[in-house]
Design a protein around this ligand. Structure first.
Ligand code: NDP
Ligand code: GDR
Length: 327
């Protein structure tokens, strides 16, 4: 039975990746943070077979202890402070967790492997947010990185540190440059889920306004369930490498609003949406569209869920959830 360790187990991707690995017969270990994590019950409910071990990416000794207990062949480093807007107000802790946390995990993994670097393979959750200010479209593995947020800067650090460990120690360490991926499990602070939840609540008469920031930004949105398959595929390759994972389609926030309100059976989003500078960012990433041809060629990966199906899936799930809550 292969063994995998996932950091970020309570997050959107941690849950989908756990389901995928369990379905493939893995023994899955998850790092959970804090003495009383509020998402503990969620993990227990969704993936009861995952074995939870307490630790923190900022605490190397906890990572060493967890690796020793789990004895994994694969490590997926998904843990991070992942909300871009939050990273300006909390730049230092974002750097510590999202940036330095990668070094901590790499270093703990290197020590765990000891003389035999082939003992373990490492996945780093890098991000299209690293591309930042538009240099070229579509963005590829070798596009110049120009991050526009403390989060983006921290991810660049983690990305290059992963490459550095691969080159310095011959570790099988791969970095997945994933573009935005969403699902009904997406945190409500992110724009897609904020919109799908609001569209459902407005439809059910539970809310009458949705306050947003910049509606012009464009994102390449895919389905999280498809994207965790790419993570696994990267670690099955004979040689570690970096891969862009994206759909190759881009849509604005307005496009998402249009599709979500339509899915909720509402004629027009405009009467309900108000823009507020509170949700504008000090620096914006205007346009993301990824070229995932390398992943399609080498990993034989491609996304299965379309933009329209993704929006429908999220709105339908929120309609169900909000109807139950309203009872
Ligand atoms: P989430 O925000 O849903 O999950 C983040 C996870 O990180 C949570 O489990 C959280 O645990 C954990 N975490 C936070 N701080 C620490 C810490 N100090 N030590 C250990 N764990 C910690 O993110 P996603 O699932 O959406 O994303 C997974 C990864 O992929 C992240 O690294 C993200 O930056 C990256 N990424 C995501 C993309 C997306 O579109 N979703 C795109 C590209 C990259 P807790 O419950 O304790 O807070
Ligand atoms: P992003 O996702 O920053 O791309 O990072 P988010 O959904 O937060 O923002 C997308 C775009 O929507 C605009 N926007 C708003 N965003 C939020 N959250 N709330 C609003 O009210 C709002 N109004 C407009 C934003 O300005 C932005 O342009 C996500 C995270 O998952 C990262 O961890 C990951 O690395 C990247 O995707 C790829």
């Amino acid at each position: 039975m292969p063994r995998a360790l996932i950091t970020g187990i309570t997050g959107q991707d941690g849950l989908y990746l756990s389901e995928l690995l369990l379905s493939k017969g893995y023994e899955v270990f998850g790092l959970i943070r804090g003495q009383n994590n509020p998402k503990y019950e969620l993990v227990r409910e969704v993936v009861p077979d995952v074995k939870l071990l307490t630790g923190d990416l900022m605490d190397v000794s906890s990572l060493v202890r967890i690796l020793d207990a789990a004895q994994p062949e694969e490590v997926y480093n998904l843990g991070a402070i992942s909300f871009v807007a939050y990273s300006w107000e909390n730049a230092s802790v974002t750097s510590d967790v999202t940036g330095k946390g990668v070094l901590n995990m790499l270093e703990a993994t290197r020590h765990y492997a000891g003389e035999d670097v082939s003992k373990v393979r490492f996945y780093q959750a890098s991000s299209s947010e690293m591309f930042g200010k538009v240099q070229e479209v579509p963005q590829r593995e070798d596009t110049l990185l120009w991050p526009r947020s403390p989060y983006g800067v921290a991810k660049v650090y983690g990305h290059y540190m992963t490459i550095n460990y691969r080159e310095s120690y011959e570790m099988h360490a791969s970095s997945g440059i994933l573009f935005n991926h969403e699902s009904p499990r997406r945190g409500p602070e992110f724009v897609t889920r904020k919109i799908s939840q609001a569209a459902a609540r407005i439809k059910l008469g539970l809310q009458d306004e949705l306050v947003l920031g910049n509606l012009d930004a464009k994102r390449d949105w895919g389905f999280a369930g498809d994207y965790v398959e790419a993570m696994w595929l990267m670690l099955q390759q004979p040689v570690a490498d970096d891969y862009v994972i994206s759909t190759g389609e881009t849509h604005s926030i307005e496009d998402f609003l249009e599709a979500a309100f339509d899915a909720a059976g509402l004629a027009d989003w405009r009467p309900y949406v108000r823009q507020d500078p509170r949700f504008m960012r000090p620096a914006e990433v205007d346009l993301l569209i990824g070229d995932s041809s390398k992943a399609r060629r080498v990993l034989k990966w491609k996304p299965k869920v379309s933009f329209g199906d993704l929006v429908n899936m999220m709105v339908e799930s929120d309609l169900r959830e909000q109807s139950v809550l309203a009872r």
